[in-house]
Every structure is written in C-alpha cells, then in structure tokens.
Design a protein around this ligand. Structure first.
Ligand code: G6P
Length: 364
C-alpha cells in the first residue's frame, strides 16, 4: 500500500477499501495451528509473567480509545482478565493508582499522540509495565513501551481513522487469544477464534461489495440534524465509533448510548427528525435489542439497523456476515464507515481533512 490514491476520490475511501488486505496482514505469520494460539513476538512478556497479570488497563484517544474498548471486551471474554479502556488524557490527570499486577496497554495509530505518550511516560516513571498497540513502526510510543505489537494497517492518511481502527481491534483479538491460551481458554475455543479470524478478510470484502446500497441509505438519512447510535455490550463501542465517524466527517451531530440506557434520558429526544442507528448482533442480547427498537418505533423514530438478519422493527437493515460472537464487533462498524463517508460526500465535506481536526495531536 502506498500514498498513491489508486483511483479513489479520497484517502478515506481508499483506506476503507483496503481493509481486507490490511486484516490479512495483521494475521499473517502469527497463527499457530498446532497449539491453537498466536505468536506475538514483540510483547516481551513470558508465559509466567502473563499468568501474573491481574488487570489490564488500555489507554488511547479518539478512535484508538474506541478500539481499546472493544479490545478490553475481547480480553475479558477470551482471557478472563478484568480489562477496561480509558481516554489517556483523563487517566493521566486523575493521579491513577498504579498497581504492579496491572498490565497497561497504550494504543495509537500514529504512536505520537501527546496525551498517550505522556501517560506512558508517567506509568513508566512509576514502575508499571506498558505495552504498545501501535501502527507506525518506530514511533515515540512504540519506542517508549516495554513491548507490544504493531497493527500493520499500512499508511493511513485521512484524518479520520478507518482501516487502522479495524486492524487495531484485530490486533487486540490476537492479544486476547494469546493471553487466553496461556490461561483458561480451551484448545477448541482457541481454534474457533482462529477460524473466525481467518474468515474476516473475505467477510470484509462482502461488506464492501454492498457499497451501492449503503450509499442509497446515506442519502436517505443525510437530512438528519442529529442521529442516535445504540448498541449493547459488544455493540456499544461499535455504536460509539460509528457516531464519532459520522460527526467527524459529516458534521452531523451524533451521540452514542447503550440501548439499555435509552429509557433513562435519550428516549425524550426520539422523534422522526432524530433517526437511530442500531447495532444488533445475533447474540444473546438480540431480543433486548429488538425491544429497544420497539421503544423507538413507538415514538415514531426512524431506525437503520446493522444486523445479521433483516430486523422487522427497523426501517432499513444493513445485513453483515456473521462471525463468532466475540469477533462480530470487528465487522459491524465497517458499513457505517461507508455510511459516514457517503453522507459527508453528499454534503460536500472536506472528507480527508475535516475542519478543526488533525491526524495526529502531538501537543496537549
Ligand atoms: C486525532 C485523530 C483521530 C485519532 C486520534 C488518536 O484526534 O483525528 O482520528 O483517533 O487523534 O490518534 P492516534 O494516532 O493516537 O491513534
């Protein structure tokens, strides 16, 4: 992959289109079928040390923070280690308790974001072990961390992150699988996840082939002044990232909420002029998500669902291919990258360089 636009009108479109190859690259050479695990050479964390980790704290900003939220869920699901993600900027200013049994993970596309770098430096000063999940090889955060893994997304030029988000989440799936197989994840489950990871590139291609339909849907919803994005558990960080993508690139106001929290406030906003995008994976929360859509319909809200099957409660559904439950979040956000892109295109926005934003924020 290069800086050449290769026939695309924007880097955003080019980078969205490159995702199947990018995911293929982050997987390449790392899968160990014999032990149903993966090798991550640069972690600098041996099996005994990995077993001693009691908590994982993930730090990042913007889209990388959202990738870290999905990463934390993957680590909890596959490795059963308590994990959460926090904006690095907030973490650093609350005089955090730095615990020797906690593994810290700094996540950054550029590897240069000041708030993340400063958090890493503060953690290291206090004696913590910090790993980096970084795209740019040799960047400041990669150099400062004790070890880590590169996400191999290739160069990302558009200010808003797309392919690097996807690759970062896949890198977290690899980390979670690696830690899981050192701890209590069975061989069978390890194999199940590996098979799922191998299906991702073809499934991404399938999603991207649906671009014409997504473009039509973007035209349908582009008149909205504001949009609500909802999801639950695995779907919630997907909703957050999709909402961020839409607002960054189209300037349409968007907010993301856990579907379960609608009744505690945001339902008051629902009306025909406030459409909702619902992330509805075919998992144990399917019925709960359907009930949330029913609540929205009862208030005359329009719904666009991203789901594994057509949702009757929704006005429109973008159907995405099903993977293993744990890996579904990797795929469900991809059509919404195209949705944000086509909405912004229809509105004549400066897609690769949205106003007021920078690709890399190297100052506080
Ligand atoms: C800026 C960019 C975002 C990015 C964030 C974190 O705000 O506009 O797209 O997610 O920085 O950048 P990083 O390079 O650390 O992932």
């Amino acid at each position: 992959e290069s800086y050449d636009m290769g026939g695309h009108d924007t880097y955003m479109h080019k980078e969205i289109s490159e995702q199947a190859d990018a995911v293929d690259r982050v997987l390449r050479g790392r899968i160990d079928d014999r032990f149903s695990t993966v090798h991550l050479g640069g972690l600098n964390l041996d099996a005994r040390e990995a077993r001693g980790v009691r908590r994982i704290k993930i730090l990042g900003c913007g889209t990388s923070y959202h990738a870290g939220q999905i990463g934390a869920q993957l680590i909890e699901e596959l490795a059963r280690i308590p994990a959460d993600a926090e904006p690095a900027s907030e973490f650093r200013y609350r005089n955090p308790v730095v615990d020797p049994d906690t593994l810290y993970v700094a996540v950054s596309q550029s590897g240069e974001t000041y708030d993340v770098l400063a958090a890493v430096q503060e953690l290291k000063r206090k004696g913590a072990r910090v790993l980096g999940v970084v795209n740019v090889v040799g960047s400041a955060i990669a150099r400062e961390a004790d070890g880590g893994t590169y996400v191999h997304a290739g160069p990302e030029v558009c200010v808003v992150s797309t392919k690097c988000f996807t690759n970062t989440v896949v890198a977290f799936a690899l980390l979670a699988l690696h830690l899981g197989r050192i701890r209590d994840l069975s061989v069978a489950d390890g194999k199940r996840i590996i098979d799922g990871l191998r299906r991702l590139p073809a499934q991404i291609t399938e999603i991207l082939e649906n671009e014409d339909e997504i473009k039509k849907l973007a035209a349908e919803y582009a008149d909205a002044k504001s949009m609500m994005f909802i999801g639950r558990v695995r779907g919630y960080p997907v909703a957050r990232e999709a909402s961020l993508k839409l607002k960054e690139v189209s300037y349409i106001h968007a907010e993301a909420y856990p579907a379960s929290e609608l009744k505690h406030g945001p339902l008051a906003l629902i009306e025909p002029a406030m459409p909702t995008v619902a992330i509805v994976p075919d998992d144990d929360l399917l019925e709960k998500n359907r009930a949330a859509m029913e609540e929205i319909k009862a208030r005359s809200g329009r719904i666009l669902a991203v789901a594994h099957q057509v949702q009757e409660k929704a006005d429109h559904t973008i159907v995405v291919p099903k993977n293993e439950n744990e890996l579904d979040p990797i795929l469900m956000g991809i059509p919404l990258q195209l949705f944000a892109y086509h909405t912004a295109l229809a509105m004549g926005r400066d897609i690769d360089k949205p106003r007021n934003l920078a690709k890399s924020v190297t100052v506080e």
